[in-house]
Design a protein around this ligand. Structure first.
Ligand SMILES: Cc1ncc(COP(=O)(O)O)c(C=O)c1O
Length: 394
């Protein structure tokens, strides 16, 4: 059994401490009582390592934090109530009033909104968005006051990669901190911290949770950064993770390896099927042999998960609607990374917020379809796509 498998199944757990219970109990309590003045006084001297109040530290969260830190090769991790709570905490940790941020263009929408409407409007920071496919994009965007580079690799929607080693070298040379959203690849398939990235964030709502029943986030990094986040962004903004949710994540971690293997296998078959289908213009999936950044993918990733998008040849909205409505196994919904196959069409929300013209400027077409390939049998999933694609030419 690999060390990673041991971490997922047994790491940080000791049944003997809990009367042999094979699954640790949930510490469903808000506070921890102390025997005397001296005991609570001692705990206050080092609150990051003592359970005092659940908004700070709770054993049910502790186990998961230690497992996630080990998986990501980080020193410490801190769980948050959502991926966005983790992302905003990480950004605020390195943000400097009136400083400059470089961020990748196609990051998760609300992360971009946080930068634009919080860091820029409230902290008077400036931001430069780069496509990020080339290390030179970052180098040429650096200013004297650049304090932070924010990455997401693969990025949302178009799945562009950033060269993690290259970007972190440039950042270190210029005393700039780096954060990456690694939700897509998970700490199993991409070890950002090994490439020199300072902080790694995840929406644990996706593959780490995997059962579509828990919203959660995590920040992983050095002990120094995570302890500072513990005292500031975590404790003061109060986006702590509930013990029950942490316990659900503990359950999820036990099968993360197995689930990822199946997502990867299914997604590879689906992506190849779509790439060869006459109604499909292009498939965006880093696991494809034809993926344009294939050598970078092989350098910094050890596997590929199940989220991809593809462009239909048609731009006829009625035909696109027909395709989506014909799907039977794929359920229509936001989010991804769970056991179930999902379909989402960016045009559904974009057409409410923008004109068709401004939508085109996003680089997406109306027929851009995002699918999260779940754990069903690949043959069934492909059959479902085939019959729905067949509806387009009716
Ligand atoms: C890439 C990415 N990062 C972060 C998030 C935010 O996570 P959460 O919904 O847990 O706040 C999402 C949610 O869809 C996402 O797709």
């Amino acid at each position: 059994m690999t060390n990673e498998m041991m971490t997922l199944l047994h790491g940080e757990e000791n049944p003997a401490e809990n009367q042999g219970a094979i699954v640790p109990p949930i510490f469903q309590n808000t506070l921890f009582a102390f025997e005397n003045w001296e005991a609570i006084d001692k705990a206050y001297e080092d609150p990051t390592n003592h359970c005092i109040y659940t908004r700070g530290k709770n054993p049910s969260c502790d186990i998961v934090e230690k497992k996630l830190a080990a998986l990501a090769h980080g020193e410490k991790a801190k769980l948050f109530a959502s991926g966005m709570a983790a992302i905003s905490a990480a950004l605020l940790h390195f943000a400097k009033p009136k400083g400059h941020v470089i961020a990748v263009q196609n990051i998760y929408g609300p992360a971009r909104n946080f930068i634009d409407h919080y860091l820029v409007e409230k902290m008077e920071m400036t931001v430069t968005y780069v496509t990020g496919k080339d290390v030179a994009d970052f180098e040429s965007a650096i200013q004297e006051d650049t304090c932070l580079i924010y990455l997401e690799s693969p990025s949302s929607v178009v799945f562009h990669l950033q060269d993690l080693e290259g970007v972190s070298k440039i950042a270190k040379r210029n005393q700039i901190k780096t954060i990456i959203d690694n939700t897509w690849a998970t700490p199993i398939f991409q070890k950002d911290l090994d490439f020199g990235i300072d902080l790694e964030v995840h929406s644990c709502t996706k593959y780490i949770g995997g059962h579509s029943d828990v919203v959660a986030g995590v920040v992983i990094g050095s002990e120094k950064d995570i302890d500072q986040i513990f005292h500031h962004e975590h404790a003061l903004l109060g986006g702590e993770m509930a013990p029950f949710e942490s316990w659900l994540l503990l359950r999820s971690l036990r099968t993360l390896h197995l689930r990822l293997e199946k997502h990867q296998k299914n997604a590879w078959l689906v992506a190849n099927f779509l790439e060869n289908h006459s109604e499909v213009e292009k498939v965006y999936y880093p696991g494809l042999t034809s993926f344009e950044q294939r050598s970078l993918a092989e350098k910094q990733m050890t596997g590929f998960t199940g989220l991809m998008s593809f462009e239909l040849k048609t731009n006829d909205i009625e035909k696109i609607k027909g395709f989506v409505n014909h799907l039977k196994i794929f359920q229509i919904g936001v989010s991804w990374g769970g056991f179930e196959s999902l379909v989402y069409v960016p045009a559904i929300s974009y057409l409410k917020e923008m004109t068709e013209e401004s939508f085109e400027k996003t680089g997406l077409s109306l027929g851009n379809i995002r699918i999260s390939v779940g754990l069903e049998d690949a043959a069934d999933v492909i059959e479902d796509l085939e019959q729905a694609l067949g509806s387009i030419c009716l």
